[in-house]
Design a protein around this ligand. Structure first.
Ligand code: ATP
Ligand code: MG
Length: 411
Protein backbone atom coordinates (compact mmCIF):
# COMPACT_ATOMS: atom_id res chain seq x y z
CA UNK A 1 0.00 0.00 0.00
CA UNK A 2 3.04 2.31 0.05
CA UNK A 3 2.67 3.47 -3.60
CA UNK A 4 -1.05 4.00 -2.99
CA UNK A 5 -0.30 6.31 -0.05
CA UNK A 6 2.46 8.09 -1.96
CA UNK A 7 0.01 8.84 -4.73
CA UNK A 8 -2.64 9.98 -2.22
CA UNK A 9 -0.22 12.38 -0.56
CA UNK A 10 0.77 13.70 -3.98
CA UNK A 11 -2.88 14.71 -4.47
CA UNK A 12 -2.96 16.19 -0.98
CA UNK A 13 0.11 18.28 -1.83
CA UNK A 14 -1.41 19.39 -5.08
CA UNK A 15 -4.52 20.57 -3.25
CA UNK A 16 -2.37 22.36 -0.67
CA UNK A 17 -0.33 23.94 -3.46
CA UNK A 18 -3.55 25.34 -4.90
CA UNK A 19 -4.28 26.99 -1.54
CA UNK A 20 -6.69 24.45 -0.03
CA UNK A 21 -6.49 22.32 3.08
CA UNK A 22 -6.32 18.61 2.42
CA UNK A 23 -5.88 15.41 4.43
CA UNK A 24 -5.89 11.67 4.12
CA UNK A 25 -8.78 10.58 6.39
CA UNK A 26 -10.85 7.74 7.75
CA UNK A 27 -10.37 4.02 7.34
CA UNK A 28 -7.02 4.15 5.58
CA UNK A 29 -5.45 6.15 8.42
CA UNK A 30 -6.81 3.64 10.90
CA UNK A 31 -5.60 0.63 8.90
CA UNK A 32 -2.16 2.11 8.26
CA UNK A 33 -1.71 2.79 11.97
CA UNK A 34 -2.68 -0.81 12.70
CA UNK A 35 -0.34 -2.11 10.02
CA UNK A 36 -3.27 -3.62 8.16
CA UNK A 37 -3.53 -3.70 4.37
CA UNK A 38 -5.08 -0.56 2.90
CA UNK A 39 -7.29 -0.94 -0.17
CA UNK A 40 -8.57 2.57 -0.66
CA UNK A 41 -7.52 5.97 0.54
CA UNK A 42 -10.03 8.77 1.09
CA UNK A 43 -9.10 12.44 0.99
CA UNK A 44 -10.91 15.32 2.71
CA UNK A 45 -10.40 18.90 1.57
CA UNK A 46 -11.61 22.46 1.95
CA UNK A 47 -11.89 22.68 -1.86
CA UNK A 48 -15.45 22.44 -3.19
CA UNK A 49 -16.32 19.65 -5.64
CA UNK A 50 -16.21 22.14 -8.52
CA UNK A 51 -12.74 23.26 -7.46
CA UNK A 52 -11.56 19.66 -7.22
CA UNK A 53 -12.91 18.99 -10.70
CA UNK A 54 -11.08 22.02 -12.02
CA UNK A 55 -7.78 21.09 -10.39
CA UNK A 56 -7.44 17.49 -11.61
CA UNK A 57 -7.56 16.42 -15.25
CA UNK A 58 -9.43 13.14 -14.72
CA UNK A 59 -12.38 13.14 -12.35
CA UNK A 60 -15.71 11.35 -12.03
CA UNK A 61 -18.66 13.08 -10.39
CA UNK A 62 -19.55 10.12 -8.14
CA UNK A 63 -21.34 11.81 -5.27
CA UNK A 64 -21.60 15.52 -5.96
CA UNK A 65 -24.63 15.74 -3.66
CA UNK A 66 -22.44 14.58 -0.81
CA UNK A 67 -19.46 16.61 -1.89
CA UNK A 68 -17.52 13.67 -3.32
CA UNK A 69 -15.50 13.66 -6.52
CA UNK A 70 -13.49 10.66 -7.63
CA UNK A 71 -10.03 11.62 -8.85
CA UNK A 72 -8.44 9.18 -11.27
CA UNK A 73 -4.67 9.00 -11.55
CA UNK A 74 -2.45 6.57 -13.43
CA UNK A 75 -3.04 3.46 -11.36
CA UNK A 76 -5.48 4.48 -8.66
CA UNK A 77 -8.70 6.29 -7.91
CA UNK A 78 -9.36 8.42 -4.84
CA UNK A 79 -12.55 9.75 -3.33
CA UNK A 80 -11.99 13.41 -2.59
CA UNK A 81 -14.70 14.81 -0.34
CA UNK A 82 -15.24 18.39 0.72
CA UNK A 83 -15.24 18.92 4.52
CA UNK A 84 -18.77 18.24 5.70
CA UNK A 85 -20.72 18.46 8.89
CA UNK A 86 -23.50 16.15 9.95
CA UNK A 87 -26.75 17.27 8.31
CA UNK A 88 -30.09 16.67 10.05
CA UNK A 89 -31.22 13.12 9.38
CA UNK A 90 -34.84 12.99 8.33
CA UNK A 91 -35.13 9.26 7.95
CA UNK A 92 -31.96 8.02 9.60
CA UNK A 93 -30.86 6.85 6.20
CA UNK A 94 -29.57 9.69 4.13
CA UNK A 95 -28.75 13.18 5.21
CA UNK A 96 -31.43 15.60 4.02
CA UNK A 97 -28.73 17.86 2.69
CA UNK A 98 -25.03 18.30 3.23
CA UNK A 99 -23.49 21.26 4.87
CA UNK A 100 -19.90 21.95 4.11
CA UNK A 101 -17.64 22.52 7.10
CA UNK A 102 -14.90 25.03 7.69
CA UNK A 103 -12.11 22.72 8.78
CA UNK A 104 -11.09 19.13 9.18
CA UNK A 105 -12.01 18.93 12.87
CA UNK A 106 -15.65 19.65 12.02
CA UNK A 107 -15.45 17.03 9.31
CA UNK A 108 -13.99 14.46 11.70
CA UNK A 109 -16.80 15.16 14.18
CA UNK A 110 -19.41 13.73 11.77
CA UNK A 111 -17.57 10.41 11.51
CA UNK A 112 -18.83 7.35 13.35
CA UNK A 113 -16.03 6.07 15.59
CA UNK A 114 -12.96 7.66 17.12
CA UNK A 115 -10.66 5.24 15.27
CA UNK A 116 -12.26 6.36 11.98
CA UNK A 117 -12.01 10.04 12.82
CA UNK A 118 -8.35 10.86 12.25
CA UNK A 119 -6.66 12.85 9.50
CA UNK A 120 -3.07 13.10 8.27
CA UNK A 121 -1.67 16.01 6.28
CA UNK A 122 1.15 16.03 3.73
CA UNK A 123 3.80 16.52 6.43
CA UNK A 124 2.52 13.50 8.33
CA UNK A 125 0.93 15.53 11.12
CA UNK A 126 -2.01 13.66 12.64
CA UNK A 127 -5.23 15.46 13.57
CA UNK A 128 -6.93 13.35 16.21
CA UNK A 129 -9.44 15.40 18.18
CA UNK A 130 -11.29 12.40 19.67
CA UNK A 131 -8.33 10.32 20.85
CA UNK A 132 -8.63 7.74 18.13
CA UNK A 133 -5.00 6.69 18.58
CA UNK A 134 -5.60 5.91 22.22
CA UNK A 135 -8.61 3.78 21.31
CA UNK A 136 -6.56 1.99 18.66
CA UNK A 137 -4.06 1.12 21.35
CA UNK A 138 -6.76 0.01 23.76
CA UNK A 139 -8.54 -1.82 20.95
CA UNK A 140 -11.87 -0.16 21.58
CA UNK A 141 -14.66 0.94 19.25
CA UNK A 142 -16.14 4.14 20.64
CA UNK A 143 -18.53 6.60 19.08
CA UNK A 144 -17.52 10.15 18.33
CA UNK A 145 -19.80 12.16 20.63
CA UNK A 146 -22.96 10.89 22.29
CA UNK A 147 -23.54 7.32 21.08
CA UNK A 148 -27.35 7.37 21.29
CA UNK A 149 -27.48 10.53 19.26
CA UNK A 150 -25.09 9.10 16.69
CA UNK A 151 -27.15 5.91 16.35
CA UNK A 152 -30.34 7.95 16.02
CA UNK A 153 -28.72 9.89 13.18
CA UNK A 154 -27.76 6.71 11.37
CA UNK A 155 -28.82 3.31 12.64
CA UNK A 156 -26.36 1.52 10.38
CA UNK A 157 -23.59 2.63 12.74
CA UNK A 158 -24.79 0.02 15.25
CA UNK A 159 -23.92 -2.72 12.80
CA UNK A 160 -20.75 -0.96 11.74
CA UNK A 161 -19.59 -0.99 15.37
CA UNK A 162 -20.06 -4.73 15.49
CA UNK A 163 -18.44 -5.14 12.10
CA UNK A 164 -15.28 -3.24 13.05
CA UNK A 165 -15.07 -5.26 16.27
CA UNK A 166 -15.12 -8.44 14.18
CA UNK A 167 -12.68 -7.21 11.55
CA UNK A 168 -10.17 -5.67 13.93
CA UNK A 169 -10.61 -7.96 16.92
CA UNK A 170 -11.60 -4.97 19.08
CA UNK A 171 -14.07 -4.56 21.95
CA UNK A 172 -16.98 -2.16 21.78
CA UNK A 173 -17.06 0.34 24.64
CA UNK A 174 -19.76 -0.41 27.26
CA UNK A 175 -21.47 2.96 26.73
CA UNK A 176 -21.68 2.19 23.02
CA UNK A 177 -23.19 -1.26 23.69
CA UNK A 178 -25.82 0.27 26.00
CA UNK A 179 -26.64 2.82 23.34
CA UNK A 180 -27.07 0.10 20.71
CA UNK A 181 -29.48 -1.71 22.98
CA UNK A 182 -31.43 1.47 23.60
CA UNK A 183 -31.58 2.51 19.96
CA UNK A 184 -32.05 -0.89 18.38
CA UNK A 185 -35.53 -0.13 17.08
CA UNK A 186 -33.90 2.34 14.72
CA UNK A 187 -32.83 -0.56 12.49
CA UNK A 188 -36.37 -0.59 11.09
CA UNK A 189 -35.60 2.53 9.09
CA UNK A 190 -32.70 0.98 7.19
CA UNK A 191 -32.85 -0.47 3.71
CA UNK A 192 -32.42 -4.23 3.82
CA UNK A 193 -29.44 -4.27 1.47
CA UNK A 194 -27.45 -2.08 3.85
CA UNK A 195 -28.16 -4.52 6.70
CA UNK A 196 -27.20 -7.44 4.46
CA UNK A 197 -24.02 -5.64 3.41
CA UNK A 198 -22.86 -5.20 7.00
CA UNK A 199 -23.88 -8.75 7.94
CA UNK A 200 -21.85 -10.03 5.05
CA UNK A 201 -18.81 -8.07 6.21
CA UNK A 202 -19.34 -9.41 9.74
CA UNK A 203 -19.61 -12.98 8.49
CA UNK A 204 -16.51 -12.51 6.32
CA UNK A 205 -14.44 -11.08 9.16
CA UNK A 206 -11.74 -12.92 11.11
CA UNK A 207 -13.73 -12.92 14.34
CA UNK A 208 -17.44 -12.88 13.49
CA UNK A 209 -18.17 -14.18 16.98
CA UNK A 210 -17.13 -10.86 18.47
CA UNK A 211 -19.77 -9.06 16.46
CA UNK A 212 -22.47 -11.67 16.95
CA UNK A 213 -22.02 -11.90 20.69
CA UNK A 214 -22.30 -8.15 20.84
CA UNK A 215 -25.40 -8.21 18.67
CA UNK A 216 -26.88 -10.85 20.97
CA UNK A 217 -26.22 -8.94 24.15
CA UNK A 218 -27.59 -5.74 22.62
CA UNK A 219 -30.66 -7.70 21.40
CA UNK A 220 -29.89 -6.73 17.82
CA UNK A 221 -30.09 -10.27 16.43
CA UNK A 222 -33.69 -10.57 17.62
CA UNK A 223 -34.36 -7.18 16.11
CA UNK A 224 -32.89 -8.15 12.74
CA UNK A 225 -34.71 -11.48 12.79
CA UNK A 226 -38.02 -9.84 13.62
CA UNK A 227 -37.72 -6.91 11.25
CA UNK A 228 -36.17 -8.47 8.21
CA UNK A 229 -36.91 -12.16 8.48
CA UNK A 230 -40.22 -12.09 10.31
CA UNK A 231 -38.76 -14.60 12.79
CA UNK A 232 -38.75 -14.53 16.53
CA UNK A 233 -35.94 -16.68 17.90
CA UNK A 234 -36.88 -17.57 21.44
CA UNK A 235 -33.67 -17.47 23.42
CA UNK A 236 -30.10 -16.93 22.33
CA UNK A 237 -28.85 -20.39 21.27
CA UNK A 238 -25.33 -19.88 22.50
CA UNK A 239 -24.07 -23.25 21.33
CA UNK A 240 -25.07 -22.40 17.77
CA UNK A 241 -23.15 -19.17 18.09
CA UNK A 242 -20.07 -21.12 19.13
CA UNK A 243 -20.30 -23.45 16.13
CA UNK A 244 -20.62 -20.45 13.82
CA UNK A 245 -17.48 -18.96 15.36
CA UNK A 246 -15.57 -22.14 14.73
CA UNK A 247 -16.42 -22.09 11.03
CA UNK A 248 -14.17 -20.27 8.57
CA UNK A 249 -16.22 -20.65 5.40
CA UNK A 250 -18.47 -17.66 4.69
CA UNK A 251 -21.20 -19.74 3.02
CA UNK A 252 -21.43 -21.95 6.07
CA UNK A 253 -21.35 -18.97 8.39
CA UNK A 254 -24.32 -17.44 6.56
CA UNK A 255 -26.33 -20.64 6.92
CA UNK A 256 -25.49 -20.97 10.60
CA UNK A 257 -26.33 -17.31 11.11
CA UNK A 258 -29.74 -17.64 9.47
CA UNK A 259 -30.42 -20.73 11.54
CA UNK A 260 -29.49 -18.73 14.61
CA UNK A 261 -32.18 -16.27 13.56
CA UNK A 262 -34.76 -19.05 13.50
CA UNK A 263 -34.82 -19.64 9.73
CA UNK A 264 -35.46 -23.19 8.50
CA UNK A 265 -33.83 -24.78 5.47
CA UNK A 266 -37.14 -24.85 3.59
CA UNK A 267 -37.32 -21.08 3.95
CA UNK A 268 -33.72 -20.42 2.96
CA UNK A 269 -34.38 -19.38 -0.60
CA UNK A 270 -37.16 -16.95 0.25
CA UNK A 271 -35.22 -15.41 3.10
CA UNK A 272 -32.09 -14.98 0.97
CA UNK A 273 -34.20 -13.22 -1.64
CA UNK A 274 -35.75 -10.96 0.97
CA UNK A 275 -32.28 -10.09 2.19
CA UNK A 276 -31.39 -9.26 -1.43
CA UNK A 277 -28.38 -11.51 -1.39
CA UNK A 278 -26.87 -11.97 -4.85
CA UNK A 279 -28.56 -14.72 -6.83
CA UNK A 280 -25.42 -16.83 -6.81
CA UNK A 281 -25.36 -16.79 -3.01
CA UNK A 282 -29.06 -17.49 -2.72
CA UNK A 283 -28.70 -20.54 -4.93
CA UNK A 284 -25.60 -21.86 -3.20
CA UNK A 285 -26.87 -21.28 0.34
CA UNK A 286 -30.20 -23.00 -0.30
CA UNK A 287 -28.52 -25.94 -1.97
CA UNK A 288 -25.90 -26.44 0.74
CA UNK A 289 -28.45 -26.11 3.49
CA UNK A 290 -30.82 -28.58 1.87
CA UNK A 291 -28.10 -31.12 1.12
CA UNK A 292 -26.48 -30.77 4.53
CA UNK A 293 -29.75 -31.27 6.31
CA UNK A 294 -30.86 -34.29 4.35
CA UNK A 295 -27.47 -35.94 4.73
CA UNK A 296 -27.89 -39.45 5.91
CA UNK A 297 -24.95 -41.31 7.17
CA UNK A 298 -26.00 -44.51 5.48
CA UNK A 299 -23.85 -46.58 3.23
CA UNK A 300 -22.73 -44.80 0.12
CA UNK A 301 -20.97 -46.86 -2.49
CA UNK A 302 -17.77 -45.56 -3.98
CA UNK A 303 -19.67 -45.02 -7.22
CA UNK A 304 -22.10 -42.75 -5.39
CA UNK A 305 -19.30 -40.84 -3.71
CA UNK A 306 -17.75 -40.27 -7.12
CA UNK A 307 -21.06 -39.15 -8.58
CA UNK A 308 -21.55 -36.69 -5.75
CA UNK A 309 -18.10 -35.22 -6.11
CA UNK A 310 -18.51 -34.92 -9.87
CA UNK A 311 -21.93 -33.28 -9.61
CA UNK A 312 -21.03 -30.79 -6.86
CA UNK A 313 -17.29 -30.41 -7.13
CA UNK A 314 -14.99 -31.07 -4.19
CA UNK A 315 -15.44 -27.72 -2.43
CA UNK A 316 -19.19 -27.97 -2.25
CA UNK A 317 -19.11 -31.64 -1.30
CA UNK A 318 -16.85 -30.81 1.63
CA UNK A 319 -19.12 -27.96 2.65
CA UNK A 320 -22.09 -30.31 2.65
CA UNK A 321 -20.45 -32.84 4.97
CA UNK A 322 -19.28 -30.05 7.23
CA UNK A 323 -22.84 -28.79 7.49
CA UNK A 324 -24.08 -32.30 8.16
CA UNK A 325 -21.61 -32.34 11.04
CA UNK A 326 -22.79 -28.93 12.29
CA UNK A 327 -26.39 -30.13 12.09
CA UNK A 328 -25.47 -33.10 14.24
CA UNK A 329 -25.98 -35.66 11.50
CA UNK A 330 -22.35 -36.76 11.56
CA UNK A 331 -19.84 -37.13 14.33
CA UNK A 332 -16.50 -35.39 14.03
CA UNK A 333 -14.84 -38.69 13.16
CA UNK A 334 -17.43 -39.55 10.54
CA UNK A 335 -17.02 -36.15 8.99
CA UNK A 336 -13.27 -36.72 8.69
CA UNK A 337 -13.96 -40.05 7.08
CA UNK A 338 -16.28 -38.51 4.50
CA UNK A 339 -13.83 -35.72 3.77
CA UNK A 340 -11.20 -38.32 3.03
CA UNK A 341 -13.53 -40.28 0.75
CA UNK A 342 -14.52 -37.17 -1.19
CA UNK A 343 -10.95 -35.99 -1.55
CA UNK A 344 -9.90 -39.38 -2.80
CA UNK A 345 -12.78 -39.61 -5.28
CA UNK A 346 -11.97 -36.13 -6.56
CA UNK A 347 -8.33 -36.99 -6.94
CA UNK A 348 -9.19 -40.12 -8.93
CA UNK A 349 -11.78 -38.43 -11.15
CA UNK A 350 -10.56 -38.57 -14.76
CA UNK A 351 -12.63 -35.60 -15.96
CA UNK A 352 -13.67 -32.19 -14.69
CA UNK A 353 -16.75 -31.74 -16.86
CA UNK A 354 -18.85 -33.66 -19.42
CA UNK A 355 -17.03 -32.11 -22.38
CA UNK A 356 -13.96 -34.15 -21.45
CA UNK A 357 -15.65 -37.46 -22.21
CA UNK A 358 -13.39 -39.31 -24.66
CA UNK A 359 -16.25 -39.87 -27.14
CA UNK A 360 -18.49 -37.13 -28.50
CA UNK A 361 -21.62 -37.03 -30.62
CA UNK A 362 -19.69 -36.94 -33.87
CA UNK A 363 -17.76 -40.06 -32.93
CA UNK A 364 -20.99 -41.87 -32.06
CA UNK A 365 -22.44 -41.04 -35.48
CA UNK A 366 -19.30 -42.22 -37.20
CA UNK A 367 -19.25 -45.52 -35.34
CA UNK A 368 -22.92 -46.28 -35.96
CA UNK A 369 -23.46 -44.50 -39.28
CA UNK A 370 -26.68 -43.02 -37.83
CA UNK A 371 -28.31 -39.66 -38.28
CA UNK A 372 -28.11 -37.14 -35.44
CA UNK A 373 -30.95 -37.23 -32.92
CA UNK A 374 -31.89 -37.32 -29.26
CA UNK A 375 -30.32 -40.77 -28.97
CA UNK A 376 -26.89 -39.12 -28.89
CA UNK A 377 -27.60 -37.33 -25.62
CA UNK A 378 -28.88 -40.51 -24.02
CA UNK A 379 -25.82 -42.49 -25.04
CA UNK A 380 -23.40 -39.78 -23.89
CA UNK A 381 -25.20 -39.47 -20.53
CA UNK A 382 -24.94 -43.19 -19.96
CA UNK A 383 -21.27 -43.35 -20.90
CA UNK A 384 -20.47 -40.29 -18.82
CA UNK A 385 -22.06 -41.85 -15.77
CA UNK A 386 -20.02 -45.01 -16.28
CA UNK A 387 -16.81 -43.01 -16.36
CA UNK A 388 -17.82 -40.84 -13.41
CA UNK A 389 -18.79 -43.83 -11.30
CA UNK A 390 -15.51 -45.52 -12.14
CA UNK A 391 -17.00 -48.43 -14.09
CA UNK A 392 -15.24 -47.65 -17.38
CA UNK A 393 -12.00 -45.90 -18.24
CA UNK A 394 -12.30 -42.64 -20.15
CA UNK A 395 -10.73 -43.87 -23.38
CA UNK A 396 -12.37 -43.89 -26.88
CA UNK A 397 -11.99 -47.61 -27.63
CA UNK A 398 -13.08 -48.65 -24.10
CA UNK A 399 -16.13 -46.44 -24.34
CA UNK A 400 -16.97 -47.78 -27.79
CA UNK A 401 -16.72 -51.33 -26.55
CA UNK A 402 -18.90 -50.56 -23.56
CA UNK A 403 -21.48 -48.97 -25.83
CA UNK A 404 -21.54 -51.95 -28.22
CA UNK A 405 -21.95 -54.38 -25.32
CA UNK A 406 -24.46 -52.57 -23.12
CA UNK A 407 -26.12 -49.82 -25.15
CA UNK A 408 -28.36 -47.92 -25.07
CA UNK A 409 -28.98 -47.73 -28.80
CA UNK A 410 -25.99 -50.01 -29.35
CA UNK A 411 -24.73 -50.11 -32.94
P1 ATP B 1 -13.64 -0.23 5.07
O1 ATP B 1 -13.62 0.57 3.80
O2 ATP B 1 -12.42 -1.03 5.34
O3 ATP B 1 -14.88 -1.02 5.21
P2 ATP B 1 -13.80 2.36 6.26
O4 ATP B 1 -13.51 2.89 7.63
O5 ATP B 1 -13.02 2.94 5.14
O6 ATP B 1 -13.68 0.81 6.31
P3 ATP B 1 -16.09 3.25 4.83
O7 ATP B 1 -17.49 2.79 4.89
O8 ATP B 1 -15.32 3.09 3.58
O9 ATP B 1 -15.34 2.59 6.06
O10 ATP B 1 -16.14 4.79 5.22
C1 ATP B 1 -15.01 5.66 5.19
C2 ATP B 1 -15.05 6.60 6.37
O11 ATP B 1 -16.25 7.40 6.32
C3 ATP B 1 -15.09 5.91 7.71
O12 ATP B 1 -13.80 5.60 8.18
C4 ATP B 1 -15.79 6.95 8.58
O13 ATP B 1 -14.89 7.94 8.97
C5 ATP B 1 -16.79 7.55 7.63
N1 ATP B 1 -18.11 6.90 7.64
C6 ATP B 1 -18.53 5.90 6.83
N2 ATP B 1 -19.79 5.53 7.09
C7 ATP B 1 -20.19 6.31 8.10
C8 ATP B 1 -21.40 6.44 8.84
N3 ATP B 1 -22.45 5.64 8.58
N4 ATP B 1 -21.45 7.38 9.80
C9 ATP B 1 -20.39 8.17 10.06
N5 ATP B 1 -19.24 8.10 9.42
C10 ATP B 1 -19.11 7.20 8.45
MG1 MG C 1 -13.33 2.51 3.00
Amino acid sequence: SAPLFREAFRLVEELEGAGYQAYVVGGSVRDAMLGRPVHDVDIATSATPAEVQRLFPRTVATGLKYGTVTVVTGRYTFEVTTFRREGPYGDARHPDFVQFAADVTDDLARRDFTINAMAVDSRGVVTDPFDGQKDLQRKVIRCVGDPRERFREDALRMLRAARFAAQLGFDVSPATIDAIKAERKGLAKLAVERITGELHKILSAVEPGRALRLLWSACLIEEIAALFLNRFPASPPRNQLASLEAETDVYLRWILFLRLCGVKSSEAQRVCRELKLPRKWTRELSLLWREGEKWSNGLMSNAEVRRTVFAHGLKRSLRIVRLAYRFGRLSRREEQLWRRRFRHADWEMPLDDPSQLALDGRALMQISGREPGPWIGRVLDTLLDKVVSGEVINHPSRLEKEWRLHGPHAP
